[in-house]
Structures are given as C-alpha cells and as structure tokens.
Design a protein around this ligand. Structure first.
Ligand code: LLP
Length: 386
C-alpha cells in the first residue's frame, strides 16, 4: 500500500528531501508512553543519533522523553530543542575534554563511561570545576544480537564498553575518586533487533552482574539497557509502529530490579524510523543491456544505508498508477554501490516521477554527506506541508 503524501506540495520542493509524517511520529510516541508507562520506573531516552532534525527533536521533546547523546554536538542539539539537561545521558568511546566540559557545565544526568582513562579525565575535569560527575559504566555484556555485523555492539570483539571481568576494578577506581559519583550500569547490544530473545539474553547477563554487585553491597541507582528495538522495513504492509509492548514486557519479565532502581532505555530507530521517507525525483529512465534503470536525483549521499549495510528500504513510485515494471533504482553518485534497490517492481516510471524510499526516518538524513560536492537534503514535516 502506498503512503498518503501531499504530492502537490512535494512538486514545489527541490528534491531530494526527507519527509516526516508527524501524525505517525506522535502516535509512535504515544504508544511508547503508554507501553513504558505500564511499568513503574521505566524511563525512555531518545537516541539523538538516529535523527537530529530540529523539528523532529522538538516533537520528541514535547512527548517527555529524555535524550541520549554521543557527542558535544548532540548535547547542544538536545539542549536547543529544549530537552532538560537532567534528562541527558552522554555515551561514546572517545569523549574529548571539550565535550566532557560541556556535559559538566550543563550538569547532565549521567556520563556513560567506557574506559578507565576516560574516568580519570572526567574526574580531573570535574575537580577543576569543583563539580561531581555522575557516571554509569558501559559494560560490554558479550551478548550477540541477530542483526547486521556492522551494527552489533555488545560482543567482546567490539570497541565499546568495559569488559565484564574489569567491572569490579573500574568500580573500585570510581569509588576512590572524589569528584565521581558512580550511579549506574549501561549496556547496548546492537540495533535493528527483532528477536526478543536477544533482549532476554541481555537481561540474564545483567542479572548475573547485579548479583555480583549485591554481594559487595552495591546497588546502583539505575540500569540503562540502551536501545536496539527493530522496525519492519521489509514486510509488504510494513507495520508502522514497532512492537513496544513486547519489548518493554520482555524487560519487565526478565530483568530483576531492586525496588529503588530505575530502568533506562535509549531508543532511536524505533522512535523515528517509520515516520520518515526520502523523496527523490526520476531524472532518466535508461534501458541497459538486460535491465532498465530508474536514475533518481537522490543517492547514497542522502541515504547511505543500502550502500553501507545492504539495507532494504521499500521503494514506491508515488506519482504513477500504471502497470508495474522492473527497475534497478540508482542514484547519480560516482560509485557503483550507489544503488537503492535492484529488480524492484514499480508502477511504470517516467522522467519527473517522484519516488519514495520508506522507513528512512532513522539514520537517514543525519548520515547524509556532501560527497561529490552535493547539497545536504532538507527535511520537512507534514505539519509544514499542509
Ligand atoms: N544507545 C547506544 C549506546 C547506541 O550505540 C545506539 C545506536 C542506540 C542507543 C540506539 O539504538 P537504536 O534504538 O537506534 O537501535 N547507522 C546504523 C545504526 C547504528 C546504531 C548505533 N548505535 C543503521 O543505519 O542501521
């Protein structure tokens, strides 16, 4: 089924551009609020890395989520969009001094710390400012996720986090430091995860680690389980809202929290993925030796996921009802990986038709680049295009 798009408005805009359906975004946010709200002390942050379009951010902020940031730039974007600093968490393996100072100046909720050298620098910078930094340790749980190899993060071989065997030592170091307040444990096993069993495996691992800490009379204030809930890219009738009910229920059922502990989530893709489409225009239809190409004005610089991860995005000709034909849909970039889809059935395509790449709200606009001296795509919301 094709989406309902304001085609007449699209015709006035320079392509390619991102289009965000704000009704779907708000509905998704309402669903998150409802499903997470069933459980006491579930606290959801939005992973800004998925999409930092200011209009999208401000709708998410209105819904009351916190922000999960991975750079000083993201902290600034979150603050600008109105996220309260005490709902900002900051992760990342390579935080610079300037970025740490920014987090300290804003008094953000928590630094998710990924190594001892980083902990030492945070302590030093906090001391210089006369502040106490709240920190959680990102522990690498060595739990695999059934997803693309480039987006698993919780395996021992990945660069992220502190290994489980070092956890006690790192906590000891933190407890010795005057300007560090150790408040939590942080985990993240990967992205685009649809098998709830992966999250159950994470819960089991966290339960084991918590047991070890209880034995030392340590009960942290919060556990942060990262993000990772997947979305339905491929199904012919894509489910517009991810399965938040099963996701939160899995954690409720399998994670053993102490009454005083809160549980934090950092959801990115599942919040914004389905509401966004890349809209691009057909420049030429070209007959190749044994196939036809629909050559569009958007390319891997605008949406890199197909080229980088062989990711599938549903492709639709939103301006034609003619009988379908089969096309390779390709962009104008000088790279042979600049292909959005091969052997795709589309309503017959002609020059000037508009093509939508669906489920592109997450890791789409934000990953755009200027390669080939191209302009970055604009992002518009349905609120603006009425
Ligand atoms: N928390 C941490 C520590 C993360 O590293 C990530 C994503 C998230 C939360 C949010 O995960 P989500 O809920 O969106 O799955 N560019 C890739 C995805 C990279 C994800 C990186 N980390 C893609 O286009 O598929």
């Amino acid at each position: 089924m094709k989406g309902t798009f304001p085609i007449h408005k699209f015709r006035e805009l320079e392509t390619p551009f991102y289009y965000y359906d704000t009704n779907l975004l708000r509905h998704t946010l309402d669903t998150i609020r409802k499903e997470a709200g069933k459980y006491n002390k579930f606290c959801v942050h939005y992973a800004v890395k998925a999409n930092a379009n200011p209009k999208v951010l401000s709708i998410i902020r209105e819904s009351g989520l916190g922000a999960d940031c991975v750079s000083g730039g993201e902290i600034k974007a979150a603050i600008k969009a109105g996220f309260p600093a005490n709902k900002i968490v900051y992760a990342g393996v390579g935080k610079t001094d300037a970025e740490i100072n920014l987090g300290l100046d804003y008094d953000i909720f928590c630094f998710n710390v990924e190594s001892v050298p980083e902990l030492e620098v945070i302590n030093e910078l906090a001391t210089a400012k006369g502040k106490i930094a709240r920190v959680a340790f990102r522990i690498n749980p060595d739990v695999g996720a059934h997803t693309h190899a480039n987006i698993t993060t919780g395996l021992a071989e990945n660069k992220f986090g502190i290994s489980m065997k070092d956890m006690d030592h790192v906590i000891d170091r933190a407890l010795e430091m005057n300007n560090i307040n150790f408040v939590g444990l942080h985990f993240h096993i990967g992205s685009q995860i649809l098998d709830m069993g992966d999250f159950t495996a994470l819960c089991n691992r966290i339960n084991e680690l918590q047991e070890k800490l209880y034995a030392r009379q340590i009960i942290v204030e919060h556990i942060n389980v990262g993000g990772g809930l997947g979305i339905d890219y491929a199904h012919p009738n894509r489910q517009p809202v991810p399965d938040f009910a099963s996701y939160f229920e899995t954690y409720h059922k399998h994670l053993k929290l102490r009454p005083q502990q809160t549980l934090h989530f950092e959801l990115g893709r599942s919040v914004v993925g389905q509401c966004g489409s890349l809209i691009t225009k057909v420049i030429y239809v070209k007959q190749g030796t044994n196939k036809q190409f629909a050559i569009v004005d958007g390319g891997m610089t605008d949406l890199i996921r197909p080229a980088l991860y062989q990711a599938y995005h549903k492709i639709e000709n939103i301006t034609s009802d003619e009988a379908t034909e089969t096309y390779d849909v390709v962009g104008p970039i000088c790279e042979s990986s600049d292909v959005f889809g091969k052997a795709i059935d589309l309503n017959k395509v002609k020059r000037g038709d508009l093509i939508a790449l669906r489920s592109a709200g997450a890791y789409g606009e934000i990953m755009a680049s200027g390669y080939n001296c191209r302009q970055l795509p604009q992002g518009y919301t349905s609120d603006e295009l009425v």
